[in-house]
Design a protein around this ligand. Structure first.
Ligand code: SAH
Length: 514
């Protein structure tokens, strides 16, 4: 039996992108993941599908596991030779009881590694708009617990001593005791006029903040119905909150962006959005189901090899992948394309060809079917053209090629259909109008989303509508949407860039940063 190992991994304050590279690597190789309520649940998808996932907040009979039970669980799985990730919100050693777990594992002789995380006390605070130190304003900070152990005879935190000891005071687990903490600090000599802020669920799409002073903050937080988990920060740096909140610094930051591409394709767009500080909401409005007729694929492969097709035309990266796979399944490979010239609709398709060792002979300047037809027209008269693509795709391109004198053979590669089970949470957020920007990368995502919503896209009436190109925009308008952004160039980066520019131009008058 192999020697087990436990990794105590900090998951960061809430945004799944804030785990460390090493933490993610541990997660991707885990046999068992024991996670806390505060660890972002999206990260659980990063563990292998066969990994055992254990919610430390719940046992079989639904009670919260005690620390002793968690320690025993880690020792048990570690001793059984498994690779165990103990995933905790923030940093494992900042009010995370990670030290107790490491001690229990050391005592039991189970190897253990700590992988630190971005603590909410510093990183969460930063994304809440508050720098924990600031030159000339705060040269020290203290992180304290606002949740006293009720079994302790006297209070564990000496608020009176703390009041004057640190420029910035960050209180964790204090959401329910703001009033008492503020009073204790004032009694300890901190001026009642000291700036203070409370930030709930920092670095998540649900982030909210209230600001005030030690005298006013508890009431303001109560009026705003602030709840745990929240950070309570006291000190002059708290006055920065509004001017340094992410949404004040970058146009897409804090925006909830609906991404309607297929699950497989969403990741590059989601990543680009996360880098802008946005929160992608993934609602794949389209699912591609490979549907290739084996005998048709074999006939096409043979004809290609014989040099029958003057041109092979690809209108999406998906088509390139599915077509090369179909050649493989027919017993051939990319060499079947040796005697045909290749056209690609745009740079993404061209890139998909390149990763398979294929060069496009022609790429139109604008990535739409009309432009591709126009660019090909002078070359295809009297030739046979192969068009491998989705069933039910638009007829514009084959029609244009036929007008130009080509004989066009289509090969169906897949069906595009709305997803069988759209994610309920995202649909609910959409219906509740909680989407700031909706991005569409193909006409079928617009039509499918409309059908998923019972034909009514009015839930998007308050959102910025961004489309990858003019054809998609036209479809969106036909469905009653007011299109705000049409990307140029018609690429994912172009779409993100055009949306940033739109939001940047629309931003409110600049507030002065002190
Ligand atoms: N180990 C964690 C802290 C665990 S104690 C860390 O390093 O961040 C739990 C407390 O952390 C919560 O009560 C809350 O005060 C704070 N907290 C954790 N995540 C938070 C978030 N995203 N937003 C605001 N507060 C958070």
């Amino acid at each position: 039996m192999s020697l087990g190992h436990v990794w105590l991994v900090g998951a960061g304050p809430g945004d799944p992108g804030l785990i460390t590279a090493l933490g993610l690597a541990a997660l991707r190789r885990a046999d068992v993941v024991v996670f806390d309520r505060l660890a972002p649940h999206e990260l659980l998808d990063e563990a292998p599908s066969e990994a055992i996932r254990i919610d430390a907040g719940k046992s079989a009979d639904n009670h919260t596991l005690t620390q002793d039970e968690i320690n025993a669980l880690l020792v048990q799985h570690g001793s059984a030779g498994r690779r165990v990730v103990r995933l905790k919100g923030g940093d494992p050693y900042v009010f995370g009881r990670g030290g107790e777990e490491a001690i229990a594992l050391a005592k039991a002789g189970v190897p253990c590694t700590v992988i630190p995380g971005v603590t909410s006390a510093i990183g969460g605070l930063a994304l809440g708009g508050v720098p924990v130190t600031h030159r000339g304003i705060a040269t020290s900070f203290a992180v304290v617990t606002g949740h006293e152990d009720p079994t302790k005879p006297q209070e564990g935190v000496d608020w009176a001593r703390l009041a004057g000891a640190s420029d910035t005071i960050v209180v964790l687990m204090g959401a329910a005791r703001l009033d008492g903490i503020a009073r204790a600090l004032i009694e300890g000599g901190r001026p009642a006029s000291t700036p203070a802020a409370v930030i709930q669920e920092a670095s998540t799409p649900r982030q909210r903040a209230v600001t005030g002073t030690l005298a006013t903050i508890a009431e303001a937080a109560q009026a705003a119905k602030i709840e745990a988990p929240a950070l309570f920060v006291i000190g002059d740096v708290a006055a920065f909150q509004q001017s340094l909140a992410p949404s004040a610094l970058a146009p897409l930051a804090g925006k909830r962006v609906l991404v309607t591409r297929t699950r497989a394709q969403a990741s590059s767009l989601a990543e680009a959005l996360r880098l802008e500080g946005a929160y992608p909401l993934l609602l794949p409005a389209i699912e591609l189901e490979r549907r290739v007729d084996a005998s048709a694929a074999a006939r096409v492969a043979a004809a290609l090899t014989e040099g029958v097709y003057g041109w092979t035309v690809f209108t999406s990266a998906n088509a390139v992948e599915a077509f090369v796979d179909a050649l493989f399944e027919a017993g051939g490979d990319a060499r079947a394309l040796a005697r045909t010239r290749i056209a690609a609709i745009g740079t993404a398709t061209e890139g998909a060809l390149r990763t398979r060792g294929l060069r496009a002979n022609l790429v139109p300047t604008e990535a739409i079917g009309e432009a591709l037809g126009t660019a090909l027209a002078p070359h295809v008269g009297g030739t046979r053209v192969l068009l491998p693509r989705a069933e039910g795709a638009r007829d514009t391109l084959p029609a244009a090629l036929r007008v130009a004198g080509a004989e066009v053979d289509e090969l169906t590669l897949y069906l595009a259909a709305p997803p069988a089970e759209p994610p309920a949470e995202v649909l609910a957020a959409l219906r509740a109008g909680e989407v700031d920007v909706a991005m569409f990368t193909s006409s079928s995502t617009v039509t499918n989303l409309a059908s998923m919503l019972g034909g009514d896209l009015s839930a998007l009436s308050g959102a910025v509508i961004a489309c990858i190109g003019p054809i998609v925009a036209e479809t969106a308008r036909e469905r009653g949407l007011r299109v705000d952004v049409v990307a140029e160039p018609h690429t994912i980066d172009g779409l993100v860039e055009a949306t940033r520019a739109f939001l940047h131009a629309r931003r409110p008058a600049r507030t002065e940063v002190r």
